[in-house]
Design a binder for this molecule. Structure first.
Ligand code: BGC
Length: 762
């Protein structure tokens, strides 16, 4: 250890000792101590070292975006040694992380540890369902546990920061990244954002099994025009404040330590250079004291957008706008120190960014022990352990949505049946892992075939029927060519014909969704629709198990196929989860977090739309808001999902009908399990503000509860509506609650069964 470093450590110890003496609550004390330590450090840092903290490099493998020019490994190592790198992403494994951390801590002048980021989007090696699927559980406790399991595995592998949760609201199934989020609704999205942040970060960020979370992408990315990836976003202020921002606010309120900005522009200003979003709202109004990382090279992309003319201008604008760290963009590292020296950017702006970054590093405990996440023994014990498998299996079962079950075809009988299993995806051990699974090995999921083989009482025969893609789908490569090969049809038809029940696993390959995978067609890819129709002709007794990362348009299947199970991409335990649902060992309780359209032309389609001036066809003419060639309604609405049992709603009651603003509105409803099995139901409460100074949606989710009832059991469910959920953001972004008339609706989907009225008075 050199002299300077030991002096620094002594100073830090002294400061720590002094602040321990102060008579303050512990938390405050720690906070002050951290701020003092940062002050001390900042005083010792050169401008280059400060800018270095704001510089994040991709590791030397696992690139998740196009590598900008000049990003050689040698250059990165050289910068690392100079203390010009504050963070790395995509370095993983206790050993590999220790190696880069060692350079940062032991070979640089000040020995500031790196923060190591990674896309832990739905698990690390043991994968839970894709986030959209998890959202379909509406089970906040389970989602939190899933994030905890992911944090436990990732942190054991050297990682201390995840680029999740993705909290982008999206209404457009064409956009491939809907699989990463919680769907279309800001209320559900906010609740899920909160528990994901809490799951990753725990109560103590310095604990070895918790990691810093990152709410992304700030903001508006989910509204990419026409669902086309990386496209323009053009939304009004009402949508921005009421739809896009609430989940970010919820993440900030839950204590999220970082945010990532986004590739898109908002009002003509790229999010990375957007001071309104990052300075005024996030760091101003919301008082966020963590840091903002750019998206991959998004500082550079401001040049391509035609917003800044070169890296120097990009650096100036991004730092002033509140982007604290440059992900693999080489913009800050090349231009920012000079801008400070030239007096163009004030050093205090840089200090603020560095303070935020160092703060999170202190909170993680990296200064106390930079190698705390690099314990190879813990890594071996934690990754893939049975506890994590149990957690992801539980989550997978809870994520499945039963879309249709005519004549109680499901659950399947456990004995004496001939079952044909058809579809390439049924025999696939990689696709179920879904997109964003960089650390998981290929072929590590339990396939549906394997899951079903564990039930021995029936005769199970498998045939592929048809592949989904012609080549092996890959995370990075522009694939994915849908196959046209029908040579496997004959075998599939033969086994279908001889079976009592046919289970068909069809849909999208895991890598047909995710970043860079927008589609203009929401049908089953390739020849799968033809396969389905051909099999139907020989045996209509079909259970269709869908694999997909987005709502699909399955009109034909809905009309013809008796049972449809939405099984998304469910992660490592996929086959076991699907088999347990099909055989009734688990009663499905998932509800759709996104509306399913009848055809792609209806997209964007969502439940919380505006009434318009011409919502209905009163006079049997064409002058109303509709299409002439398809029904106005969706195929399956938001919040929809069946169970093997049935539920009945009754007695929607309010404690009174008129309330002063600020008073609690108490709402209750009776739920009865009217079937003969134990089951869970997501009781959903929606409101409608009938007249407002900015028009309001026809329905807005404002409460839900997951209720388990035995067969025949009845329960009264209570909700409270108050100031927090009866208002909205006006066009200046101010939250207001207005007096007026409201409706409240309760039911098992956004197409609710019961409603009541109340009013708010001044
Ligand atoms: C994505 C981010 C991701 C980052 C790092 C980008 O392409 O938009 O969501 O966190 O890459 O992998």
């Amino acid at each position: 250890m050199n002299l300077k470093k030991s002096q620094l450590i002594f100073t830090l110890m002294l400061i720590a000792f002094m602040s321990c003496q102060a008579q303050k609550p512990k938390q405050m004390n720690t906070k002050n101590t951290i701020e003092q330590k940062i002050d001390t450090l900042l005083k010792q840092m050169t401008v280059e070292e400060k800018v270095g903290q704001m510089n994040q490099y991709n590791g030397f493998w696992d690139v998740t975006g196009p590598a900008p020019e000049g990003g050689s490994a040698e250059k990165k190592y050289a910068h690392l040694r100079k203390g010009w790198v504050g963070s790395m992403l995509n370095v993983r494994g206790a050993k590999a992380v220790r190696a880069v951390q060692k350079i940062a801590v032991e070979e640089t002048r000040l020995g500031i540890p790196l923060i190591i980021g990674f896309d832990v989007i739905h698990g690390y090696k043991t994968l839970s369902p894709i986030p959209l699927a998890e959202a379909a559980s509406w089970d906040l406790e389970a989602i939190k546990k899933s994030a905890q399991a992911a944090a436990a595995e990732a942190s054991a592998s050297g990682i201390n920061w995840t680029f999740g949760p993705m909290v982008d609201i999206s209404r457009d199934a064409r956009w491939g990244r809907v699989m990463e989020g919680a769907g279309e609704d800001p209320f559900l999205g906010s609740k899920i954002a909160e528990v994901r942040v809490k799951g990753f970060q725990g109560d103590d960020l310095s604990a070895v099994n918790t990691i810093a979370a990152c709410a992304k992408h700030f903001a508006g990315y989910g509204f990419s025009e026409a669902g086309k990836e990386y496209n323009t976003v053009d939304i009004g202020t009402s949508t921005l404040h009421n739809m896009v921002l609430p989940p970010f606010k919820a993440a900030v309120d839950a204590g999220v330590r970082t945010l990532m900005n986004s590739f898109n522009e908002v009002n003509g200003i790229p999010a990375t250079g957007n001071a309104y979003l990052q300075r005024d709202i996030l760091k101003g109004l919301w008082r966020f004291d963590g840091f903002v990382v750019s998206d991959w090279a998004s500082l550079n992309e401001m040049i391509t957008w035609g917003y800044t003319k070169d890296k120097r201008e990009a650096a100036k604008i991004a730092v002033t706008a509140g982007s604290d760290m440059d992900m693999e963009g080489y913009v800050y590292i090349e231009a920012l120190a000079q801008l400070v020296k030239d007096g163009v950017v004030s050093e205090s702006i840089v200090d603020d960014a560095v303070r935020r970054i160092l703060r999170v590093k202190f909170e993680l405990g990296l200064f106390d022990d930079p190698y705390k996440y690099c314990d190879e023994t813990r890594e071996k014990e934690t990754i893939g352990n049975s506890k994590n498998h149990e957690a992801v299996l539980d989550m997978a079962k809870k994520s499945i949505v039963l879309l249709k079950n005519d004549n109680k075809l499901l659950p399947l009988k456990k004995e004496g049946q001939k079952i044909a299993l058809i579809g390439a995806l049924a025999h696939d051990k990689s696709s179920p892992l879904g997109s964003w699974r960089i650390a998981a090995e290929d072929d590590t999921a339990v396939s549906v075939l394997e899951g079903m083989q564990r039930y021995k009482g029936n005769t199970l025969t498998y045939a592929k029927g048809a592949d989904v893609t012609t080549e092996k789908a890959d995370f990075v490569q522009e694939v994915v060519i849908n196959t046209t090969d029908k040579s496997g049809f004959a075998e599939a038809l033969a086994i279908a014909e001889q079976s009592d029940v046919v289970v068909m696993v069809l849909g999208e390959h895991g890598f047909q969704t995710g970043e860079g995978r927008s589609r203009t067609n929401l049908l089953l890819p390739g020849v799968q629709q033809e396969l389905l129709e051909a099999v139907y002709k020989v045996n209509p007794n079909i259970v269709l198990v869908l694999n997909n990362g987005r709502p699909l348009a399955i009109n034909w299947a809905d009309e013809h196929i008796p049972a449809i199970v939405e099984a998304w991409h469910l992660g490592t335990e996929t086959g076991n989860a699907v088999a347990q649902i099909l055989y009734g060992d688990y009663n499905p309780s998932g509800k759709l977090p996104m509306t399913f359209p009848r055809n792609v032309g209806q997209v964007p389609i969502y439940y919380n739309y505006k009434n318009t001036g011409r919502p209905t066809n009163k006079d049997n003419n064409v002058f109303w808001s509709h299409y002439t060639d398809v029904e106005k309604t969706p195929l399956y609405p938001f919040g929809y999902g069946l169970s093997y049992t049935t539920f009945e709603y009754s007695n929607l009651e309010l404690n009174k009908n008129s309330f002063k603003i600020g008073e609690d509105v108490n709402v209750s409803v009776t739920l009865k399990n009217t079937g003969d099995l134990k089951g869970k139901e997501v009781v959903q409460l929606y409101i409608r503000d009938l007249f407002a100074s900015v028009t309001r949606p026809v329905k807005e989710l404002k409460g839900f509860e997951l209720v388990e009832l035995k067969a025949g059991e009845t329960k009264t469910i209570h909700f409270i509506l108050n100031k927090e959920n009866l208002g909205f953001y006006d066009n200046d972004g101010t939250y207001i609650v207005e007096p007026g008339d409201f409706k409240v609706f309760i039911g098992g989907s956004s197409v609710t069964t019961l409603e009541a009225d109340f009013s708010l008075i001044d």
